[in-house]
Design a protein around this ligand. Structure first.
Ligand SMILES: Cc1cc2nc3c(=O)[nH]c(=O)nc-3n(C[C@H](O)[C@H](O)[C@H](O)COP(=O)(O)OP(=O)(O)OC[C@H]3O[C@@H](n4cnc5c(N)ncnc54)[C@H](O)[C@@H]3O)c2cc1C
Length: 386
């Protein structure tokens, strides 16, 4: 369990005022939006209920190229070019055309934050929003209200700033559930289990990260608990199930804008169905959003234009999400069939594996990422080191 660094009690002073851009949530999506606004001349305020990097939703694996292109490679713990796929009686080795890396969550967040030169950060729990008298949005927090014309909800699956009637909570919402444990241990292999004895509709995994294993299970069926398969897999691997960490994972896109508020990452349902890979899409859509907000901050477009353009950007990817959702359903149904074993073996062929994984990477391609608009400020680095 991480040590709580967030301010408590008397240290939690009232928070009031306004900012040009208000980013709610300081994880993958929120910090990436803030990074894209560096040097735009805007007053950017980032809020999170915890200190930056204090608590992670997950920190499993992400395509290595994304970390490199974002300048986050110093957070990498281990990289893999092979994926072992276990079926009940066989194991296939997929030789991936690109690498996956596990990383240190706190280090990654600090590196992203170091790139968000000029942004301010406050710990506050966001509870909702209302409309301000001059068209701005008032965000309510446990420390007071903050106003801004440009508000981003990067608060994860709960989509706190939504007032739409669609359910975002289980059991009504399209959510998967995931749980992992983080025992000490080492391994050279990135592994997943497509084994209905562990998870009927979903998969289990072991992602090594230096001196720690990240062993977990994810179910596309939100009614199925994942504690038992996680513990069973840990037992199979001879690991103690230490450091439990679980959450819901949206597996359907949600509206990226609502009443003038922008949503990115899990709050917008950007996690990819079928694989539950949500970190890369959180980066991807947050970069797109940050670039739109930057144009507004620089006076080169209006908020209305940014809302429209960001919504269109997300909409253009909806077809890929629909395909992945179909794949997710098919995998759920076929998990007990020999067909699935045949498919796993097919991907041992380099051509098939390359074709599948290159198409998959293109949904949120690493070429979209680049260096921060402004090199990480020396002042910010000094502040982090203090
Ligand atoms: C067990 C598990 C394993 C996973 N493994 C992988 C993986 O290997 N690879 C991958 O790509 N994806 C993985 N995912 C999915 C991935 O973790 C998410 O898609 C990703 O974290 C989404 O990023 P985000 O920035 O949108 O939201 P989050 O990372 O959830 O961040 C939300 C932020 O908002 C803050 N917050 C929430 N509510 C409030 C509030 N009311 N007030 C203030 N702050 C608040 C939180 O503290 C947090 O900092 C996994 C998920 C789970 C549950």
């Amino acid at each position: 369990m991480p040590v709580r660094a967030t301010k408590r009690g008397a240290e939690r002073t009232p928070l009031r005022g306004s900012s040009d851009v208000l980013v709610c949530g300081a994880s993958f999506a929120g910090l990436t939006v803030a990074r894209e606004l560096a040097g735009a001349g805007a007053d950017v305020l980032v809020l999170d209920r915890y200190e930056i990097g204090e608590r992670q939703t997950s920190a499993c694996a992400v395509p290595t190229q994304w970390l490199e292109r974002l300048g986050l490679e110093a957070s990498i713990r281990q990289s893999f070019t092979d994926l072992l796929v276990h079926r009940p009686k066989t194991t296939a080795r997929w030789r991936l055309p690109w690498a996956f890396s596990t990383f240190d969550y706190r280090a990654l967040c600090e590196l992203l934050w170091a790139q968000a030169a000029g942004a301010r950060f406050e710990t506050a729990t966001v509870s909702g929003r209302s409309a301000g008298p001059r068209g701005e949005i008032v965000v309510h927090t446990d420390r007071g209200d903050v106003r801004s014309p440009l508000v981003v909800d990067a608060l994860g699956w709960r989509r706190v700033l939504s007032t739409a009637p669609e359910p975002v909570q289980p059991p009504g919402a399209p959510l998967s559930r995931g749980l992992e444990v983080h025992p000490a241990g080492t391994s050279a292999e990135l592994e997943i289990w497509l084994d209905p004895a562990l998870v009927e509709r979903g998969y289990a995994w072991n992602f090594p990260a230096g001196d720690e294993l990240r062993i977990g299970a994810g179910s596309f069926d939100p009614r199925r608990h994942v504690r038992e398969p996680t513990e069973e897999l840990a037992a199979r691997l001879g690991a103690r199930p230490d450091g439990y960490q679980g959450n819901w994972i949206p597996h359907a896109m949600r509206d990226p804008v609502e009443d003038g508020v922008f949503f990115a990452g899990d709050s917008a349902g950007h996690c990819l169905p079928a694989t539950a890979e949500g970190i890369r899409p959180a980066f991807y859509f947050a970069l797109a959003l940050g670039r739109e907000l930057r144009l507004v901050a620089e006076g080169r477009q209006t908020r209305a234009q940014a809302l429209e353009r960001y919504a269109a950007f997300c909409e253009a990817k909806r077809y890929a999400y629909r395909w992945l959702l179909r794949t997710q359903r098919a995998v759920g149904r076929a998990n007990r069939l020999p067909l699935m074993t045949g498919l796993c073996e097919l991907f041992e062929r380099p051509g098939a594996c390359r074709w599948g994984f290159e198409h998959y990477l293109r949904i949120c391609p690493p070429s979209f990422a680049g260096p921060p608009p402004v090199p990480a400020a020396a002042g910010r680095e000094a502040a982090l080191a203090a």
